[in-house]
Design a protein. Structure first.
Length: 407
């Protein structure tokens, strides 16, 4: 289904909206509002002296440009570039577009890794611009402060804010400043993917679930994933007439990194009966999958299909990072960036931008079928099933068929 996303986006199916992290600044359309005008075919990756690669792993992560300039730049989020999740999925889009169009590309990791400051992030963006970037792709909500300053300092450079939203020129959220037209915010309706994963897990027979999220509870994307996961698990349990249990935690996920502490906690969950854990946070997957392997447990991956990373992965709550990046960068190179600059774009099932993987090698459910999944997906498409994205309700909702243990 994911291979359809870019084609759909290029045919004008993109819905403008804001289901964004950290604020509601800027000009946006709500989902269900008017779509963008049909996009020119020139936005699709073309063979202009480049390589029409379809496998991002076949494209080197680093290259040397003849003039020392790098046209398409990527500034990473916290964690590793090759995290098999958020950073890597975003960078895949950069590499695929650049390779297909004969463009030079480079990634920039802010100094100090998981302890990176706003200054570190700004310096990475500055290095990208000074290194010849014609467009800078920035991943993660933590980029906000640095990106605001970089966009103000380099107003002629377009910035693409993945898991982001429109920014204005005043850092005070209580003050309405001038919208920065050179920042395009791209967000996803993660609650829908989370719902699909939670529903499928319970329908497949799991009754003791876990959720471990990144960002310490301050990352709206992870919050939406988790809230959708709880809703899906509860609804499936209600249909089955059972009650399920779920451990739900933001502990040890603030930096999205693997850690001994996280692995120890999740190992304890498995030892006490938890059967499957949604690993929702970049490199946190490494610790959670290691705990699962040691305890005969199972894992739900996030952002991209992580089934190849561990036999413990039953499914993954995915979003179309690579295709969304290619679509947005395409707007820069066909001269239509003003259509997305200064606005927020939110992608969900109607854009084929969130889903579970259904390929034979990735589908590891034993009783829940692809046909049942597709029927559930269709309910989201036609509006019969609406997943709530207001994750603030998690704290106050009484779940009819789910015992939620917040840790």
């Amino acid at each position: 289904m994911y291979k359809k996303l870019l084609a759909l986006l290029l045919s004008g199916s993109m819905v403008l909206g804001l289901a964004a992290c950290g604020g509601t600044q800027g000009n946006t359309e709500t989902p269900g509002g008017e779509s963008t005008p049909p996009v020119s075919e020139s936005q699709a990756p073309q063979e202009t002296g480049g390589t029409a690669a379809t496998d991002p792993d076949s494209i080197p992560d680093t290259m040397t440009s003849e003039d020392g300039k790098y046209q398409v730049a990527f500034v990473t989020d916290v964690g590793q570039l090759k995290d098999k999740s958020f950073n890597q999925g975003t960078f895949d889009g950069v590499k695929l577009y650049a390779a297909a169009n004969g463009l030079s590309y480079k990634y920039y990791q802010p100094a100090n890794s998981s302890e990176a400051t706003d200054d570190d992030r700004y310096n990475a963006m500055k290095a990208a611009v000074e290194g010849g970037a014609e467009v800078v792709v920035c991943a993660g909500y933590l980029q906000e402060a640095a990106l605001r300053q970089a966009a103000m300092d380099y107003p002629d450079v377009p910035f693409i804010f993945i898991d982001g939203y429109p920014l204005d020129d005043d850092p005070d959220p209580a003050v309405e400043g001038n919208i920065l037209a050179n920042v395009a915010g791209i967000a996803f309706q993660e609650e829908q993917a989370g719902y699909l994963a939670g529903y499928a897990a319970v329908k497949d027979g799991f009754t003791k679930l876990g959720f471990s999220g990144g960002g310490g509870g301050t990352n709206d994307a992870c919050c939406r994933f988790g809230y959708g996961y709880v809703q899906g698990a509860n609804d499936a349990a209600k249909e089955l007439g059972i009650t399920v249990d779920m451990n739900y935690s933001w502990e040890y996920g603030a930096t999205f990194s693997a850690s001994t502490e996280l692995q120890t906690m999740i190992s304890g969950w498995y030892a006490n009966g938890t059967e499957i854990v949604f690993a929702c946070g970049g490199s946190m997957f490494q610790s959670i999958s290691a705990a699962a392997s040691a305890n005969d447990g199972y894992v739900i991956g996030v952002d991209v299909d992580q089934s190849a990373e561990s036999d413990t992965v039953v499914t993954s709550a995915m979003k179309g990072l690579s295709d969304a990046v290619q679509w947005a960068v395409g707007h820069v190179y066909d001269g239509t960036f003003e259509e997305i600059g200064g606005t927020g774009t939110s992608l969900g099932v109607k854009d084929n931008a969130v889903e579970l993987p259904t390929a034979a090698e990735s589908w590891r459910f034993e009783t829940f079928t692809v046909e049942e999944y597709e029927a559930l997906y269709q309910q989201m498409l036609d509006g019969t099933l609406v997943v709530d994205n207001d994750f603030s309700k998690l704290e106050t909702t009484e779940w009819s068929n789910l015992n939620l243990n917040k840790i």
